[in-house]
Design a protein around this ligand. Structure first.
Ligand code: DAH
Length: 358
């Protein structure tokens, strides 16, 4: 007779057939053990629990009904004790089986293939890199090649070849960081104009970008290291009109189709004539706001026709070749485009800030 059948019968009958309460409960316990040993998965353990501890149809409930309740008065204490012990054992064993079934499965390599995978945190693109890529996407189709150039530069390339007169105040104005006599951290990307003009023959269309350094006190608009981008072209028959057209095209693509560019006469040692370019303020669309100081325009870059003596310093014949050049701060472009009001945010590595630029 199976244990299931036994638990379904009144205990009086079983006792009459010669079973003792101890034997009955031991048999019940043994049947449970066999059942439990076969339960290896979560699902098995759940049905084990229901089969044995289920309120209505569980075997323990059946034993309760037909053995304990139906026991002759003098056997009730014994059967009650056996029943309680068994209940405690079954509950503990089911709990343990559940824990074992959900335990990591170790393979013989020691690798637990059931562990949840580790989520890889996706990095975000830094706003300066984002701005750079957008700028390059505009210049590349116009035929511009892209290089970076050295950050440690000579006095000659950084200043002299660019037509800065000896003792020019710009050497101080640019807050140059010297490493040794006549060796410095480049203060701008313009020295790469010379390097490229020396190394290649026109026609040239070039973009140079990278870190530049100035001994500035950090504040919301100054960082001792920031990023510049220089674009220049050298060819025969290049005019200021080409420069204007190129920069206007660039401004509209980068800042939006309604952007207007305004060229103001200015001075740089390495360009003649020189200009500074203002664009329609991207924050108020030119209506005037706090950021553009109510002018509707914001200054974004310096540019000009490459000074003939710069061409000559780089070994090119200024009677044959002309060129234009423009330089700007990528950090500032990123700030204008993405509405960042403090340049230092970009260099503090705060992921809450950086994550916004996926
Ligand atoms: N190198 C200049 C600076 O750092 C920016 C600049 C102005 C670059 C005019 C140019 C240019 O190529 O034509 O302030």
């Amino acid at each position: 007779m199976s244990i299931k059948e036994k638990t379904g019968r009144p205990i009086g009958d079983l006792l009459a057939e010669g079973e003792s309460p101890d034997e009955l409960y031991a048999a019940l316990r043994a049947a449970f053990e066999a059942d439990r040993n076969a339960a290896s998965t979560d699902r098995h353990v759940r049905s084990l629990r229901d089969r044995w501890l289920g309120r209505r149809n569980g075997l323990l409930s059946a034993a309760n009904e037909h053995w304990l309740k139906a026991a002759p008065r003098e056997l009730k204490p014994t059967i009650g004790r056996l029943q309680n012990i068994l209940r405690g054992q079954l509950q503990a064993a089911v709990k343990e089986a559940a824990r074992a079934a959900s335990k990591p499965v170790a393979t013989d390599t020691g690798l637990d293939v059931t562990l949840p995978g580790q989520e890889r945190v996706l990095g975000a693109v830094h706003p300066v890199r984002l701005a750079l890529e957008e700028v390059l996407d505009i210049f590349r189709p116009l035929g511009y090649s892209v290089t970076e150039g050295p950050e440690i530069e000579s006095f000659f390339y950084n200043f002299e070849a660019l037509n800065f007169p000896a003792n020019h105040p710009a050497v101080d104005e640019m807050d140059t960081l010297f490493l040794e006599d006549r060796v410095l951290l480049r203060t701008h990307t313009s020295p790469c104009q010379i390097r490229i003009m020396e190394a290649e023959t026109p026609p040239l269309r070039s973009v140079v970008h990278g870190k530049v350094y100035r001994n500035d006190t950090p504040d919301a608009t100054h960082s001792p290291m920031f990023h510049q981008l220089e674009m220049f072209a050298v060819d025969t028959n290049i005019t200021f009109g080409d420069l204007k057209g190129t920069l206007e095209h660039f401004a509209r693509r980068f800042f939006g189709p309604a952007t207007k560019a305004r060229f103001r006469p200015s001075y740089f040692p390495f360009t003649e004539p020189s200009a500074e370019v203002d664009i329609t303020c991207p924050f108020c669309s030119g209506n005037g706001c706090r950021i553009c100081k109510r002018t509707g325009f914001i200054e974004v870059l310096g540019c000009g026709m490459i000074d003939p003596s710069v061409l000559r310093n780089a070994g090119l014949d200024p009677y044959r070749y002309q060129g234009f050049a423009a330089g700007f701060g990528l950090d500032r472009f990123a700030m204008l485009k993405y509405g960042i009001d403090d340049i230092l945010m970009m260099y503090q590595g705060d992921v809450r800030f950086l994550r916004q630029f996926r």
